[in-house]
Write a protein of this length. Structure first.
Length: 273
């Protein structure tokens, strides 16, 4: 039987003295004999943490990117130079000019992608990019604004100036493991409730083995967090939650308070799927 395992290679925190924490997220999935990396974080902990966890990045089959923020794609160039040519799957807008407005200045927080130098594969809609592994986009017309609240300082530089970043490039991923479907999030800029609703629509189930990743509630107000957590616990049956990165401990604790099975997705965590 091929291994079916998820490993969190990079995240803001860790419980192990041998794993390097950093602000960002990187997940490794071994599914059906295919070695997949989702995001790279900033690249600081990716290589040493993978080595500590027994994951050979030289044997990766593909890279899938959740969106184009530096804390998820900062290590792409180093990884590609190390590994050599391999498919890179991402939304066509992954290299949009994602920026942050702070103290009257605009800071670029995306990444520079030379599509002519990589084996780039664009993803829209939902697409099986490896056996039992799908990328899922939530189109704008299926994003309920009640469950999508991105900070106002995150902007996009366009031809007519700065606009609120619509995060068209936001992708999530679904794995069909031995224990059921699992949903893997980057930062859930499309809204975690919207993402799970889209996955439920596509796969015709509201029951998932696990949901792992960032849910973007760390900087949200109490009312919004309570609304999102109420929808998550009321609409979906999730055997185990592994929130991390931008989720915020408050949101995680509220899931626990609603009777959900929750553990923080620290760097160094491995989950049999």
């Amino acid at each position: 039987m091929d291994a079916m395992r998820l490993s969190i290679l990079a995240e803001n925190s860790t419980r192990s003295p041998f794993i390097l924490p950093e602000y960002g997220l990187s997940l490794h999935v071994e599914v059906g004999g295919t070695s997949i990396l989702i995001d790279t974080a900033q690249g600081f902990g990716l290589f040493p943490n993978a080595a500590k966890m027994g994951i050979d990045l030289a044997k990766l089959d593909l890279v899938a990117l959740s969106h184009g923020h530096f804390d998820h794609v900062g290590g792409v160039a180093s990884l590609y130079s190390f590994h050599g040519p391999m498919p890179v799957w991402a939304h066509p807008s992954v290299d949009a000019r994602h920026s942050r407005r702070k103290n009257g200045r605009v800071h670029f927080i995306g990444f520079h992608l030379n599509r002519n130098a990589v084996d780039f594969h664009p993803v829209t809609g939902h697409l099986e990019i490896a056996p039992r592994f799908w990328a899922v986009e939530v189109p704008r017309d299926r994003r309920d604004p009640e469950f999508m609240k991105n900070p106002s300082h995150l902007v996009l530089e366009g031809p007519d100036g700065l606009v609120p970043d619509p995060f068209d490039d936001d992708l999530s991923f679904v794995v069909q493991g031995e224990q059921g479907l699992s949903v893997l999030l980057g930062c859930a800029h499309a809204g975690v409730v919207n993402i799970l609703e889209e996955v439920a629509r596509v796969f015709r189930t509201r029951s998932f083995f696990t949901v792992v990743g960032g849910m973007h509630m760390a900087d949200q107000d109490d009312a919004y967090v309570e609304k999102v957590v109420g929808a998550l616990s009321g609409r979906f049956d999730v055997r185990k939650w592994y929130p991390c990165h931008c989720t915020g401990f408050q949101a995680a604790s509220r899931l626990v308070a609603r009777g959900q099975n929750v553990d923080w997705g620290y760097a160094g965590t491995s989950i049999d799927l």
